[in-house]
Design a protein around this ligand. Sequence first.
Ligand code: URA
Length: 256
Amino acid sequence: MTRRVDDPTLRQAYLEAMGVQAWARRDAAVERVAAPVSEAAGAGSLASDVTSVPTPPSPTPAPMDPSGIGALDLGGLARVVADCQACALAAGRTHTVFGVGDPSARLMIVGEGPGAEEDRQGEPFVGRAGRLLNAMLRAMGLDREAVYIANIVKCRPPNNRDPRPEEVAACSRFLRRQIELVRPGIIVAVGRVAAQNLLGSTETLGRMRGREHVHAATGTPVVVTYHPAYLLRTPADKWKAWEDLRRVMRLLERDR
Ligand code: URA
C-alpha cells in the first residue's frame, strides 16, 4: 500500500523543502505550479485534470531465461545481484545497490546508477540527490518508504560516468524482474540516462518530458522528469519537475 501524506500544511512544507515555493512568489508562470498544492489534497481535482493516459500495449514477450531470473522473488533477485560479475562495474564496487522500498508500491522511481554514497551504503539515492528526491516525494504526499526505488545499473560507474551500453544490457534483466515483481502502476524515470534506457530512446530529456510513455517490456506507464542531481545544479528548473510530479499525482489518483 502506498502511504500518503494528506496534510496540506505538511505537503507545503515539503514543497518548500523541494525549493519550489520561492519561485511562486517571483514568477507568474510558477503560480500555476504552486496553486495546485492545496488542490492536490482534494481527490477530484487531481483525477479530473488527466487528459489521457497511455494505453499499455501488450508487454514484450520475456526473452529466454536460462538463468532462471524470471522465477526469483525480490530477495532471491537481490542475492543474485549481490554476486553478479556480468560486467566490468563489478570490479569497482563496494556494494551492489539493488533497490529499496515497498515491494508492492504503486510508484517506482528509476534512477541511473549508484553514486559514491550509494556504493558505500548499498542503498539508492542516499546522498544529496537522494535528499532532494525525498523532498520531491514528500511534496507529492508520499513517504520514501511508500515507493520503490531502483536504478538502471546496480553498481557504481567510475567517476559517476554514464553507464555503458554493455553495462546497461547486463543489468537490464534485473530491473525488468524488479518491475515485474513490484508491478507499479507508474514508473518515474529521473534523468536522461534512466529515461533513455527504460524507454529504448535516444531523445533528449526535454523531448521526453510531458509526454506519455510505456515501458515496453512490462506495459507500465512511464513519466519522465529531471534527475534530482540536475535540479541541485539547476534549481530554476524545479518548477518544471513539479509539473511532472503533479502529472504523476494525477495518474496515481486516477488509478486509486
Ligand atoms: N543517482 C542515481 O541515479 N541513483 C542513485 O541511486 C543515486 C544517485
